[in-house]
Design a protein around this ligand. Structure first.
Ligand code: GLC
Length: 735
């Protein structure tokens, strides 16, 4: 029987050769070339294996890797972690490695899972799957970086191939990890370590890149909905935020701003004065972000389609015909973002948005998603179909490549086109791009959100470990839809979500068409004032958040960190999926259950100050903590100095806003970073960085860098002890 998914013929995707055999039993049929070298990334030891299936030479290592040319493994099995590999079918490689019981598995991008990914199968194939539940496997992102956590003796594996990968992390309880790579082409495999988790993430992000300092406005509150349908609605939204004094920086337009969902168009009927609307919004300090999907309506009256077709910008099937599928605009074609020419064409076109004053772009459906093909690879396929049998082919510098071989790159290449395009049109403005699909290295181009969650407590709970694993995979700038996308939120759930969400690096309320509205004022005054207070707290955290992004740029450290990142010696923290560190100084323990006001919180060694005052807690140990609805579920580490701003309505007010250094304990240290908040001058040294100390009652700020003129704001110091806070001194621009 011919198995078909969309237009692809799957008869060649062979089944297992004989019943009862596993792939491990099959002989190695690898006939290509391979190499294996030791080396270093930063100070982390690595082994780099490269395999190529044709007669070509080894693909080069990246410049971040320093190889020791004199060493190369004599056998392919001479690798750390007992890792060995073979090719069992023309379109399937198998890898196996030791996974001792004490090792925890973190990373792998977007997984619907608790923090430790052990005991489950994880398929890495970019898929538009909105069923986020225990049975869901492949989701939107595919990031093949796994951290094998074992304290200072941790390792990591990065299998650099954008083809489908299936990771089985000790599913059979035999202390074995397995990767099946469904590919007919070469790959690179990095084994990093032994090293600590922070050093491994540093090395991985040296290799794949780090996020730049985000534009300051993108760290503020985003309000989104599918969809704010017209100009009056959007204008009214802005009026409500300012009248109610609920801080907000950015409003988001989902697909309905377009004319018939045609990208690079705007409905003149519903947004008759788009330019004037943007200037008015900007006068009250609002930015606008618009969604841009990859699907281009196949319509001979649509100039973008005609031009793209004429210039050969769209993906074609192996027989040369255009690949078409249904998405929002109806039958559509898909730009081949793997081609440099297409990326630069798309980037040019973005002028349409930048000319209107759109501040940032949201790339959605970029797995790419198709309405008619839910599973990009037939689940029955045991090897990658031959290239001519794949959905379509990409034109690359080395010739045509079947879509599935590189599918996991598609979304990232679209973001690259978008980010580069924004930079082209606004060369000294930090671009903001948001994406749903991603591959390793996406952090260079875009922030990520985790797609279509629901207004469920289960998704509130899972957001924490899911985002922690994104951070361990190099994606520091991440968040989920606050309030939940699908279904109807409740006032309690929305408040609980903001309690957690103010610590998401990317902070957006978004919901689905036909779901109950969930703007902060939709549930009466009492709920509104709780949410206002939480969003205000987010804005007060802005100096701390910018300082954390600076740290990410230097070290690759995520902002949201699993507890074990900072407390590797603590035997309890590895099991904790429902609390996290926000930087090294703030412990966040959100309530994730309905109708629950007290929860156990685990405190590592030291003293912990409730964020909003109250009795100091002594760790290590569990404590029952009361967290009434609307309370900030966080604790400051004693020994920390945390910079907090005064309340503002938008980050545009930050330049004149007082910053207060909150000192926790008798001896404390901290840091503070500031720059102009929008340009690349910070990369050329135009920033200030202060090291803060408090010792024997004296607060000192030492400028480690004073490259930026600074603001006309005031700085204050406030100490916190177990007694009432004491004001110490007022520092006015003292640098
Ligand atoms: C997708 C996105 C969602 C968006 C919707 C309409 O489902 O994940 O965020 O609102 O499409 O564009």
């Amino acid at each position: 029987m011919t198995v078909q998914t969309g237009s692809a013929d799957w008869t060649r995707a062979r089944r297992k050769p004989e019943d009862g055999q596993t792939f491990s039993d099959l002989p190695d049929k690898f006939a290509g070339g391979s190499s294996c070298h030791r080396g270093k990334i930063d100070s982390v030891p690595i082994s780099l294996c490269r395999a190529w299936t044709s007669d070509d030479a080894a693909p080069p290592a990246t410049p971040a890797v320093v190889l020791e040319p004199e060493w190369s493994a004599s056998k392919r099995s001479d690798l750390p972690l007992g890792l060995h590999w073979k090719q069992v079918l023309s379109g399937r490689f198998e890898f196996e490695f030791d996974l001792p019981a004490k090792v925890r598995c973190l990373g792998l991008g977007e997984r619907f899972s608790a923090l430790d990914l052990r005991g489950a199968t994880h398929t890495l194939l970019a898929t538009d799957n909105s069923d986020h539940n225990e049975s869901a496997d492949a989701l939107y992102k595919a990031i093949p970086f796994l951290l094998l956590y074992n304290g200072d003796q941790s390792h990591a594996i990065f299998l650099d191939s954008p083809a489908p990968q299936i990771w089985e992390l000790d599913t059979e309880f035999q202390q074995i990890g397995r990767i099946s790579l469904l590919s007919r082409r070469g790959w690179r495999l990095y084994i990093l370590g032994p090293a600590s988790a922070p050093n491994l993430v540093a090395a991985y992000t040296t290799l794949t890149g780090r996020a730049t300092q985000p534009p300051r406005w993108a760290l503020g509150h985003f309000q989104s909905r599918w969809s704010y349908p017209d100009e009056p609605t959007l204008r009214q939204l802005a009026v409500e935020f300012r009248a109610r004094q609920i801080p907000c920086d950015t409003l988001v337009l989902d697909i309905d701003y377009m004319d018939e969902y045609k990208v690079f168009t705007m409905s003149h009927e519903r947004f008759p004065r788009f330019g004037a609307m943007i200037s008015d919004l900007s006068a009250s300090n609002f930015k606008l972000v618009t969604i841009v999907d990859p699907g281009v309506k196949r319509d001979n009256g649509f100039p973008l389609y005609k031009e793209g077709e004429r210039r050969d910008m769209f993906c074609r099937k192996a027989d040369g015909s255009l690949f078409t599928e249904q998405v929002w605009p109806g039958l559509s074609v898909f730009p081949d973002f793997l081609k440099e020419a297409t990326r630069s064409w798309w980037g040019e076109k973005l002028k349409f948005y930048t000319d209107q004053g759109i501040a940032g772009i949201w790339n959605d459906m970029n797995e790419p998603a198709f309405f008619g093909i839910k599973q990009p690879l037939n689940p029955a396929a045991v090897e990658l179909p031959e290239e001519q049998d794949q959905l379509f082919v990409h034109e690359t510098e080395t010739g045509p490549v079947g879509h599935l071989e590189v599918r996991n790159l598609y979304g990232m290449e679209m973001c690259r086109a978008t980010s580069d395009g924004l930079l082209k049109h606004r060369p000294d403005e930090r671009p903001f791009v948001l994406t749903r699909a991603a591959y390793a290295g996406i952090q260079r181009y875009a922030a990520v959100w985790l797609g279509d969650n629901n207004s469920w407590y289960e998704h509130l709970r899972k957001a924490v470990p899911m985002l922690l694993n994104m951070g361990m995979s190099g994606c520091a700038f991440c968040g989920v839809d606050i309030g939940g996308f699908g279904g109807h939120t409740t006032p309690e759930l929305l408040v609980r979500w903001y309690e957690q969400g103010i610590f998401y690096p990317f902070f957006r309320n978004h919901s689905m068409m036909e779901s109950r509205s969930q703007e902060p004022w939709m549930f009466g005054d009492a709920i509104e004032s709780k949410i206002r207070h939480l969003i205000e707290t987010r804005y007060r955290l802005l100096p701390y958040i910018e300082t954390l992004f600076y740290e990410h740029r230097l070290t690759g450290a995520p902002l949201m960190r699993p507890m074990l990142w900072h407390y590797p010696e603590d035997k309890i923290v590895g099991d904790i999926s429902d609390q996290f560190m926000f930087g090294k100084d703030i412990l966040v323990a959100p309530v994730v259950e309905r109708s629950t006001h007290t929860r156990p919180v685990y405190f590592p060694a030291g003293r912990w100050h409730p964020f909003e005052g109250g009795e100091v807690v002594q760790g290590p140990g569990y404590h029952a903590i009361n967290l009434e609805l609307g309370k900030v579920p966080a604790f400051a580490r004693e020994g920390a100095i945390i910079p907090l701003a005064s309340i503002m309505q938008s980050t545009a007010e930050y330049t004149g806003t007082e910053v207060c250094f909150h000192v926790f304990g008798d001896t404390a240290f901290g840091a503070f970073y500031e720059d102009d908040g929008h340009s690349f001058a910070c990369n050329r040294g135009a920033f200030n960085h202060w090291n803060l100390t408090f010792e024997e009652g004296i607060f000192t700020s030492t400028c480690s860098r004073d490259g930026y003129e600074g603001y006309t704001r005031q700085y204050r110091v406030k100490t916190h002890s177990s007694e009432a806070p004491v004001e110490l001194s007022l520092l006015e621009n003292d640098y």
